[in-house]
Write a protein that binds this ligand. Structure first.
Ligand SMILES: NC(=O)c1ccc[n+]([C@@H]2O[C@H](COP(=O)([O-])OP(=O)(O)OC[C@H]3O[C@@H](n4cnc5c(N)ncnc54)[C@H](O)[C@@H]3O)[C@@H](O)[C@H]2O)c1
Ligand SMILES: O=C(O)C(=O)C[C@@H](O)[C@H](O)[C@H](O)COP(=O)(O)O
Ligand SMILES: [Zn+2]
Length: 346
């Protein structure tokens, strides 16, 4: 587990105290073009006077080894030593990529996460999964490495695009579906009409941390957190290869949740009425993801690279009830394609 977790108005003051520790030689702040412009001004008063800002292009397309080389080159040019700290200021792309860069630079320097999207605040900044996409596969290269601290300031969300806010909401719903039926009921009741996200972020982070603590390296129960991702990552990876058909991670996960809930019904684990609740709720928040039937097999093929697989077996996380995930459920490539066909017909 990371040393420090702060959520709310104290987060940035706590980060400031952390960065004043004498054992820190240099502070680097990793941003993307948007977080540099929109989030850095809020963070800057809490940084030591001497710090270096690095900027990458925004978006999933920048989650590459080439971007890591940019970061490693800058650290090297600035003679960063092992006592340097990398502050990752951004959404899940920056927190995943920055964590990966820090874990590998000189075999590891400390990093802290300052997540600025809802998705990164409730999910990506917590739990120590870091990495980048490779050869078109999501997070194909990465390491498990916990940050020295996670500092979550919900005020960053004030500049976030509503579509990005929804994307993060998909991971919140995922958390409820795998482990908290009452929270899902509450979400069905209130929808996304939330004024202050702090309590929702606290609950989602606590739920994720509880699962990660049992299984940090994803040998077992952590696979629950991957619900919706066998199909979701396949859709996301496929659409990333299609110019002009951008999909956000959470949008792909929302579609993946419907597909995997349908697979749960086919296995006799979930009732048709429960599937209907999940579908109706998700379609009240998310647009349907468009693809044509001819693309279904090509999308499904990406599931063959899912990290939960063993050999040729695709191991999916399914639901055995609302609020009760179940992992290591073998499904075939045909099953994955059928679930996408079901989604396509909706
Ligand atoms: N490590 C994990 O456990 C984990 C969990 C979930 C998702 N992820 C990864 O996270 C990534 C998605 O993260 P994301 O949805 O945050 O995307 P992102 O990092 O691409 O951020 C989304 C967009 O919002 C902009 N942005 C960020 N903060 C902003 C703010 N406060 N105001 C205005 N604009 C802002 C960014 O510049 C970007 O354009 C995916 O690569 C996914 O694989 C990782
Ligand atoms: O923390 C986890 O474990 C998760 O699976 C959280 C997911 O929401 C996240 O998208 C994660 O990056 C997926 O990891 P991967 O191992 O499927 O690449
Ligand atoms: Zn995810």
């Amino acid at each position: 587990m990371n040393e420090i977790l702060q959520i709310g108005a104290n987060a940035l003051p706590e980060l400031a105290s952390f960065l004043l520790r004498p054992a820190i030689s240099q502070v680097f702040v990793l941003t993307d073009a948007n977080t540099h412009r929109l989030c850095y001004p809020l963070l800057a008063p809490y940084l030591p006077e001497q710090h270096t800002v690095l900027e990458l292009p925004a978006g999933e397309e920048a989650k590459t080894l080439a971007s890591c080389e940019t970061v490693w080159s800058a650290l090297t040019e600035h003679r960063a030593d092992r006592f340097a700290v990398l502050v990752n200021l951004g959404g899940g792309v920056i927190t995943d990529l920055g964590g990966f860069c820090a874990a590998l630079y000189k075999r590891g320097i400390r990093f802290v996460q300052v997540p600025t999207t809802l998705l990164a605040q409730v999910d990506a900044s917590v739990g120590g999964k870091t990495g980048v996409d490779f050869l078109g596969f999501k997070n194909q290269l990465g390491v498990f490495q916990e940050p020295a601290g996670v500092f979550i300031e919900p005020r960053f969300l004030q500049t976030l695009d509503p579509r990005q806010l929804k994307s993060g909401y998909a991971e919140i719903v995922k958390h409820s579906l795998i482990a908290d039926a009452a929270a899902f009921e509450e979400q069905r009741r209130t929808g996304m009409f939330v004024d202050d996200w702090t309590a929702t972020i606290e609950a989602s982070v606590a739920l994720k941390q509880g699962i990660v603590a049992q299984d940090p390296l994803e040998a077992g129960p952590r696979k629950l957190l991957n619900f919706g991702h066998t199909v979701g990552h396949a859709l996301e990876s496929y659409l990333l290869t299609q110019p002009g058909r951008e999909i956000l991670h959470g949008e792909a996960v929302a579609a993946g949740i419907i597909c995997e809930a349908w697979l749960s019904v086919q296995r006799g684990l979930l009732s048709a009425a429960e599937l209907d609740q999940v579908e109706t709720f998700l379609f009240s928040v998310f647009e349907k993801v468009h693809f044509v039937s001819l693309e279904t097999d090509a999308i499904a093929e990406y599931a063959l690279q899912d990290k939960k697989n063993s050999g040729a077996t695709i191991n999916c996380t399914l639901l055995e009830g609302i609020g009760r995930g179940v992992y290591d459920q073998p499904v075939t490539l045909h099953d994955v394609a059928e679930s996408l066909r079901y989604y396509h017909r909706l």
